[in-house]
Design a binder for this molecule. Sequence first.
Ligand code: IYR
Length: 219
Amino acid sequence: MEGFIQYTFNQKSEAEIENAARTFANSMANRRSIRDFSDRAVPKETIELLLNVANNAPSGANKQPWTFCAVQSGEIKKQIRTAAQLEEYQNYHGRMGEEWLQDLEPLGTTWQKPFLEIAPWLVIIFKKVYEIGSEGEKNKNYYVSESVGIAAGFLITAIHQAGLVTLTHTPSPMNFLQSILQRPVNEKPFLLLPVGYPADGALVPDIQKKTADQNTIWF
Ligand code: IYR
């Protein structure tokens, strides 16, 4: 059929599939959001490979409505930390409200974000609300937040599988990322992921997740 090619399906046995699913589920159950980073370097090539995973995510009409900014520059990381902390200070001192602050208490978060300078890489994902064509015209993207959310999930998974750690950080509001990283008007900041190694002895909150069966209804 014109415009189609054969899919190369890697056929496994049922036992292999169950094994692979179990191994992967166990590995992913070990993933944690890390806020205490080491400054140990991660090669650019590794970040490139991880971004390849995210970039191959499915997206509405295959438009890939995202831009990844991979920041290693100490100068830019410092600018991002300063701007993020200015916003977060406001969040933690009134903007979030009591209920929100209480919900965050078990996570031990504060307005201070040292990981924005310490982590060797910051990956900032922008969503492209629309495309700007070669004549400056607006072209449509579809299901933009869903698509970019899926790509972000791929990236978080890839980071963990590679043996590195990250944090889904959403400084709020995060328009400052658009100006610091000089992104055009059709791109809006979506998520910031510091990527690297945990600090020696890094702690994570002792919190539990509901089990999948608590969140699943079978029909
Ligand atoms: N953006 C703030 C607050 C925050 C909000 C949620 I929802 C979290 O799960 C964690 C933090 C911050 O980054 O501290």
